[in-house]
Design a protein around this ligand. Sequence first.
Ligand SMILES: Cc1cn([C@H]2C[C@H](O)[C@@H](COP(=O)(O)OP(=O)(O)OP(=O)(O)O)O2)c(=O)[nH]c1=O
Length: 624
Amino acid sequence: MVLMNPVISKLTGKLVVLASASPRRLEILTNVGLRFEVVPSWFKETLDKRLFKTPHEYAVETAKQKALEVAKRMPFKHLKTPDIVIGADTVVTVDGLILEKPVDKQDAYRMLSRLSGKEHSVFTGVAIILCHEKEDTFQLNAFIIDFYEETKVKFADLSDDLLWEYINSGEPMDKAGGYGIQALGGMLVEYVHGDFLNVVGFPLNQFCKKLGLIFSPPGSLTHNSTQNSPQGSPVDTVPPAEPAASSPPGSPTHNGPPDSQGQNIPSASTAHNVSTHVNNVREHETEDGKEKLSKMIELMDGFKASKVLFTASKLRVFDVLRSSKTGELQAEDVAQEIKASIMGTERLLEACVSLGLLQRTGKEYTNTAMSRHFLLSDGPLSLQGYIQHCNELVWPLFTHLETAVREGTNQHEKAFGKTSNLFQDAYYSRHEVKLRFMKAMHSIAKVSGRDVATAFDLSKYKTACDLGGCTGAMAYEFAKAHPGLSVTMFDLPEVIEMRGHFRPHDADDRVSFVAGDFFKDELPKADVYILARILHDWSDEKVHILLSKIAKACNPGCCVLVSEIFLDEDRKGPSRGLLQALSMTEGRQRSASEYSLLLKSHGFTAAQVKHTHNLLDAILCVTE
Ligand SMILES: Cc1cn([C@H]2C[C@H](O)[C@@H](COP(=O)(O)OP(=O)(O)OP(=O)(O)O)O2)c(=O)[nH]c1=O
């Protein structure tokens, strides 16, 4: 008698995965209280049946391949290594034939008429894989326990009318042998010898016994397995798994013990078998391993891709292609336009094609839809300003990353010379640097502005003040999105004086500009204070100074809208925010709840958070 709960409870706290899409298996295992995840296997059931001496060897091998595929995929695709993966495969055998799921109604008819009036066997092969990923070795250690169960089923004589009625019910199509004993198919059955659940897709009783053996004290597994299996089943080590089709049963890689019954289907009902082995899979030789390697290559080459984008942008490749009569140019023509060498231009254009920035037909290059969208300098969603900023300012900072990490400081001085106040000395000291920085902020506000402005219902508010709003792009988006709102854009005098450069054609007179320093000067009165891409630049201390000024300026019911990249609460992403932090000065990247806590300490509560899936997220907090 198997004690279910003690066996199942041995799996508590382990990541157990059912590598099957079968709803029956899910139900059987759920019913006994097993906690597991379902990750259907992508293994195609195409093993060559002729290579297997018996149907159960075929079912066991298929079950094993299904489970192994999931065990190997999960660390890469799901970023976690399961503790146990369970795979199963059910086949029906009659007249020496293996029947799987029918491909169509005719196939179902052929299967069912062959079963009519006869006894047949249902085999379910099961593989239990105990996984362990060896640190830094790219190897998955898999300890595999596999077994099978056979159940005999006798069908009554079935008339064609009954068969077709059954087939037309749709039930046969996803079931081995074309019937489901647990439902309508039960009407076709005269008797069942053996485990009923084995027919339904999972031999629960055997499975629980095997679990009991696996989680017994060391040494008992081999001993008990041998007792359980007439043929014996020593633990052995095999080389990396080969596709089973190329490793016929009996060869060294086929881990099933030799079948004493020869070529025929075993006649004894409920025949059991068990075998175990340690299987070292060299991960980089598998599909998932290749994916991991290509991710590594992508990371190693990431800086080259960025620099290609920056250089093509700086040389105005995308604008040049757009301005040609047909929108397409050959490399020589582009080289002439951008005043560069033909060979260098050709290499740059080819690299752009490989990155999806350009496309080429014959010798002609054109912009892709993505480039037309974001890379034309006068496009409404142009990121050119930000790309230039990355090239001229962020790139040099990142070349000093190692020192920045060692010293824990921003490397601005090393890259650009001495500064005391970053904004006034570095960004706004020289006209062209100021313009470039403002263009960068402008492009981010243009691309993300609409999503931020429409993140919350602000219809009850009449006035807003965009603090540090730079070019006014965000303020204009708020005015556009909220017809009843007037927006004051507040920023340093040296920023405000540049506003003419960024004034939209359809400038809304509900947007006004006020010059001042939000740390020193009085803030304009408003119902909504907007802080877009401001707080991450400052330490908690400075943030508190600013928020207390806002709190003082606020009347009850007023609110603060903070728009930033919000880090995940566990600070594991998004990488865009964490990468940006590496070149930041005194500020820090924060999660939505960190922003919410800062705001709460100044009396702003009832936060609503909006993840916009754009460059910036948003949080809205209201005064009590
Ligand atoms: C004979 C019989 C089979 N079956 C089902 C069980 C299995 O789900 C299916 C046999 O197909 P399988 O290939 O074993 O399993 P599957 O394709 O459903 O799921 P996966 O490959 O993802 O593991 O037939 C019944 O539900 N009732 C029956 O009486």
